[in-house]
Ligand binder design. Structure first.
Ligand code: PA5
Length: 429
């Protein structure tokens, strides 16, 4: 396995009365075989292409050629999209991102999602439009925030570089067929690539939606797919796979009243991944009064903010830590100038991170908080693909166990409808 998935600390034997009941877990695990059978059927008939996407290689040349067209001609790629149209690419791109570098070669990738007018102004006044490509991603082709950003950016490019430049500086990904994004693209003559119509936004990270921005950022997308495929094969070949065990554990802990699922990696490059996970879990399972609340967290940072609550606040948390082998990594810490820092003597930055992640795991265990540990020997493309596939499968299996549809989001439609209505009637509050 690309990662180690240790769930032993989530049970009553270690976590006491807050831990999962072994029998409830066993029953849920038994149920996962039925859930997997449903997934297997959809896999065989290719009715849920998310279950076969990791095996595909036929679509990679188009993604790679498009990425090359972008990197050959543009210093900046601005990805415009909301939720599932943005978070997967952002999570993958973080593998290569260096926040401290102002690049002098290569293409810098920015993600623009929220419709904050301040951010929008900052974007338009900071970019060198001559060297920028805008990629609008929207499965439906109708998302108000995405289309607003797109129209504003088209307006600015047309103003600064001339209307003819729009064709060259914009590209889109949208469902095939008629939708507003495609109409705008046709009007201006820019390229639109197909979103897989049968893969929903938050499950689209391993398609062109996530892989194109990732490839532009320098990520090895074949290795992403290969890591994901490793977990896919494992899940459909093992009697009890790791995603199935994870799903059964969630069910057993929800029954114990653990209504908050915290995901806390000890690695900055996984911070956007927690945002991607948060959406995946929340939007896929929060239905019919069911689900649990995902909480994105980051170690060691949150030891200085959230950990107090995790250890000593309401006993409603199920903690998942992602630990990364960090010993010996990073800069060597210079000879400490003060005896009070003797514990740093002879160590690296990675040694401190490693001690902190182990200390948090141990402290949570001692406080009898249900805990599971993912351990990675390295964070590379294989590992990222594997983690993404684990969490997508765990979500799909949990949805089956909760008897909810993982792929819709009916409750959010009302607020989208109202927002449009308010704008039409120019109401403010
Ligand atoms: O996962 C989802 O379905 C949502 O988060 C969508 O990705 C988000 O609402 C954006 O939708 P669209 O891609 O249609 O613009």
């Amino acid at each position: 396995m690309i990662y180690k998935h240790d769930i032993s600390r989530a049970f009553g034997a270690i976590a006491g009365k807050d831990g999962a009941d072994k029998e409830v877990f066993a029953r849920a695990l038994e149920e996962t075989t039925k859930a997997i059978a449903v997934l297997r059927k959809h896999r065989q008939t290719d009715t849920w292409p998310i279950l076969t996407v990791a095996e595909r290689t036929d679509d990679l040349p188009l993604i790679e050629q498009t990425a090359k067209r972008i990197t050959d001609h543009f210093a900046t790629l601005v990805v415009i999209g909301m939720g599932g149209s943005s978070r997967g690419g952002k999570a993958l791109g973080a593998l290569k991102e260096n926040p401290f570098v102002r690049k002098t070669s290569g293409t810098t990738v920015h993600f623009v999602d929220n419709i904050d007018p301040n951010t929008s102004d900052q974007l338009l006044t900071s970019l060198d439009l001559k060297s920028t490509l805008f990629l609008a991603i929207s499965k439906s082709g109708d998302t108000a925030e995405t289309l607003t950003h797109l129209l504003v950016c088209i307006g600015e490019v047309a103003k600064q570089l001339g209307p003819e430049a729009v064709r060259k500086h914009f590209m889109a990904i949208a469902n095939p067929g008629d939708n507003t994004l495609r109409r705008i693209a046709t009007l201006h003559g820019f390229t639109v690539l197909d979103h897989d119509p049968d893969i929903g936004g938050r499950f689209a990270a391993l398609t062109i939606v996530g892989l194109l921005p990732a490839k532009v950022a320098g990520v090895d997308i074949e290795a992403i797919r290969s890591g994901a495929n490793n977990i896919m094969q494992h899940t459909f070949s093992q009697a009890m796979s790791e995603p199935a065990r994870g799903a059964a554990l969630h069910i057993a802990l929800m029954e114990r009243g653990k209504s908050v699922a915290v995901l806390m990696p000890y690695c900055d490059r996984l911070a956007p991944f927690t945002g991607w996970y948060q959406q995946l879990w929340a939007e896929s399972l929060g239905k019919k009064g069911k689900g649990s609340t995902p909480l994105a967290s980051l170690g060691a940072l949150d030891q200085h903010s959230m950990l107090q609550l995790y250890l000593n606040g309401p006993r409603d948390k199920f903690m998942t830590l992602i630990l990364l082998a960090q010993t010996g990594k990073g800069a060597a810490i210079p000879q400490p100038p003060d005896a009070r820092l003797a514990y740093l003597q002879g160590h690296t930055v990675g040694d401190l991170m490693d001690s902190e992640q182990r200390a948090t795991a141990e402290t949570l265990t001692r406080s009898r908080c249900p805990l599971r540990l993912f351990t990675l020997s390295a964070l590379n493309e294989d590992a990222m693909g594997a983690l993404m596939m684990h969490f997508m499968l765990e979500t799909m299996i949990t949805a089956q166990l909760l008897n909810v549809n993982a792929f819709d989001q009916p409750a959010v439609e009302e607020s989208k409808r109202l927002a449009r209505e308010y704008l039409m009637n120019a109401k403010a509050f």
